[in-house]
Design a protein around this ligand. Structure first.
Ligand SMILES: NC(=O)c1ccc[n+]([C@@H]2O[C@H](COP(=O)([O-])OP(=O)(O)OC[C@H]3O[C@@H](n4cnc5c(N)ncnc54)[C@H](O)[C@@H]3O)[C@@H](O)[C@H]2O)c1
Length: 436
């Protein structure tokens, strides 16, 4: 395929060389004449393993060349891949000026082009950019998005230092567009790369890089906080973290990565608090560890406000314990929300098949009665009575008979969902999810 690459920095230079390796014909475009000259002389614009040989070889076989002339590149190709820089501005926002300026140039350049043109956005961009690029191009060219051209979001996941290897072995290839034709074109571009192509919404494609990189930063800073605590206790942090990452069922896994309600229970909050006091007692600053509980509390507050803002008086909690399959109510975040609603004069009813007051014992029972002294009056064991006595159902746990709830509630009652109870509710007017 004939492809132009806009921006010949780390991402653009690697893309230029590696797409040529896959047999495509490439024209690189940059405003920096020095970079353009380097490519035309068969030299890479960056220092990166393997890239020198790749650029030299593909320049010799005429699969790549570079120019400062945007119109020429657009005229001679069917696809443009945008790889220009998006650095932070002084306030921390992404500076999108290069993206908008290149969109204007491309818009001008496709004015006289008769063929359908695909613009893929490889740069990391703020949500809404795909749409904004389409608007700019429509304005500049007088052409119609989707009919005459399209914009495909296609985030890049390579890392400097291993960029060529990463280019050919991405975790996956993400594509998002309003145009199916554009997606198909981009699938062809990457057809010889052995990785799953995942089609997502434009919003997901635009946000994923920020989430990835924030999480990578979190991992480094978390490991270093643990390292500082370990050092103060004369414990080898490397040995400890090697053990930590070996647990691929709970630690390095999909577990706990589902947006939903706050954590709770008898172990997690207790041990987190204990670790924070250990670091405090040893004069170690660990802001990540100490902000976890704050973040969790903010989430509980958020759920409370969500329910309150529905302006209904009678609230039903479907589930009360901190997770499915247990009657442990200690530090259950739902219990905290129920307690606060009762304190504000709301009517609260609870249905939780796992809770049998006569079987509760010890600290668990004491905790429940301390928080909800009238639990006997508000806990209901018949689902239909429970549903008919409330105006909103707050789904806390999925439980075994969740489908019975779904059938009875869908279209009849307002629902606040803390667990993504079912996809069926998604288009239901009186439904709101906590994180979706
Ligand atoms: N560097 C990485 O490891 C990496 C990895 C994944 C994603 N990204 C993202 O990819 C994008 C590019 O990153 P980079 O590191 O390659 O940036 P870079 O600064 O190395 O390169 C950007 C290039 O774009 C050129 N440019 C700017 N305006 C232009 C215009 N109007 N026309 C043509 N060229 C223009 C610049 O001259 C420069 O050569 C960023 O959004 C970045 O966040 C970077």
């Amino acid at each position: 395929m004939k492809i132009s690459i806009f921006g010949l920095g780390y991402v653009g230079c690697v893309g230029l060389g590696c797409l040529a390796e896959l047999g495509h014909e490439l024209i690189g475009v940059d405003i920096d004449v020095e970079k353009v000259n380097l490519i035309n002389n068969g030299k890479a614009t960056i220092v990166e393993k393997e890239i020198d040989g790749i650029i030299e070889k593909n320049r010799s076989s005429n699969l790549i060349r570079a120019t400062t002339n945007c119109s020429e590149a657009v005229e001679k190709t069917d696809i443009a891949i945008i790889c220009v820089g998006t650095p932070n501005d002084t306030n921390g926002h992404l500076d999108m000026s290069h993206i908008y300026s290149i969109s204007k140039d491309i818009g001008q350049a496709i004015k006289n082009k008769n063929e359908f043109f695909t613009i893929a956005v490889r740069s990391t961009v703020i949500p809404g950019t795909n749409c904004k690029i389409a608007e700019i191009i429509e304005l500049e060219s007088g052409k119609k998005n989707i009919k005459d051209f399209c914009v495909v979001s296609n985030p890049e996941f390579l890392r400097e230092g291993t960029a060529v290897k990463d280019f050919f072995n991405p975790p996956y290839t993400v594509l998002a567009s309003e145009s199916e034709k554009g997606i198909e074109k981009m699938q062809k571009v990457y057809e010889n790369i052995d990785s799953e192509i995942i089609k997502v919404s434009i919003g997901v494609a635009e946000l994923i890089k920020f989430v990835n990189n924030s999480y990578h930063g979190l991992k480094v800073a978390f490991a270093n906080e643990i390292g500082r605590i370990c050092k103060s206790l004369n414990i080898d942090s490397r040995v400890l973290m090697e053990l930590f990452v070996k647990d691929s069922s709970l630690n390095i896994s999909q577990a706990y990565f589902k947006p939903g309600f706050a954590y709770g229970g008898s172990c997690l909050p207790k041990d987190l608090k204990a670790l924070n006091t250990i670091s405090h007692d040893n004069y170690i600053k660990t802001p990540i560890l100490s902000s976890i509980e704050i973040s969790n509390q903010i989430h509980i507050e958020y759920a409370f406000e969500l329910i309150k803002n529905k302006n209904k008086k009678n609230i039903g909690f479907y589930g009360l314990s901190f997770k499915d399959g247990t009657d442990d109510l200690r530090f259950s975040p739902a219990l905290e929300v129920a307690e606060r609603l009762l304190g504000k004069g709301y009517g609260v009813r609870i249905y939780d098949k796992n809770i049998n007051i006569s079987k509760l014992m010890g600290k668990n029972k004491n905790f429940l009665f301390e928080k909800l002294p009238h639990i006997n009056e508000i806990l209901q064991d018949d689902l239909d009575t429970f549903i008919s006595s409330v105006e909103i159902i707050v789904v806390v746990n999925k439980g075994e008979n969740i489908s019975a709830l779904n059938e009875r509630v869908l279209g009849k009652k307002e629902v606040v969902d803390l667990v993504r109870v079912t996809e069926k509710f998604k288009n239901y007017e009186f439904y709101e999810g906590i994180c979706w």
